[in-house]
Design a protein. Structure first.
Length: 177
């Protein structure tokens, strides 16, 4: 999988930008058409977009324990979110983690950036990954938000379970805007 834009397939948030509210006299049919218009989130390297990181990576199978494996977990998560499968999306969060609240949105997409460097603490590995969320709010307004999500996996230590040694979403940080 190429990182050039392979990780820029899904979603994220940082500085929230909303489109201006439509004029009060706009016909309902125009609002409906605007709600179906294609979304055009900021591109990598543009304000509101992900960093423009075109560092080549080795191609081939991705080790599920690598930081790229963590990125794949986020890709699966947002794929489940996009099709409305909250039960499967929920399974990708760490137990007890404060989950990302997407209840005020009727359409959510994400671009996933390149994972940062892994950090270890207390028998676990953590990695932060930039994410760009975009779509439409419940009232049809476009939104764009850029932030990050942290994933965690337990090291291969005696007593850890296979599920603990898989990446799970540990937290998210998206500025309110």
């Amino acid at each position: 999988m190429k990182r050039v834009f392979a990780f820029a397939l899904l979603f994220a948030g940082a500085c929230s930008q909303e489109t201006a509210a439509p004029p009060a006299n706009m016909a309902v049919s125009e609002n409906a058409a605007a709600a179906k218009a294609p979304l055009n989130p900021p591109a990598p390297g543009q304000p509101g977009g992900l960093p423009d990181d075109r560092t080549p990576i080795a191609e081939g199978p991705i080790d599920s324990k690598s930081t790229q494996g963590a990125g794949q977990v986020l890709q699966r998560y947002f794929a489940f979110v996009e099709v409305g499968n909250s039960a499967e999306a929920s399974k990708l969060w760490s137990e007890g983690a404060q989950r990302l609240d997407l209840s005020g949105y009727k359409e959510v997409h994400a671009n996933i950036g390149a994972p940062g460097d892994p950090e270890g603490a207390a028998g676990s590995i953590y990695v932060d990954i930039p994410v760009q969320l975009y779509g439409r709010t419940s009232d049809g307004k476009e939104f764009n938000a850029r932030g990050s999500m942290t994933l965690r996996r337990v090291n291969d230590v005696p007593g850890s379970t296979p599920q603990q040694r898989e990446w799970h979403i540990y937290g998210s940080a998206f500025p309110r805007g």
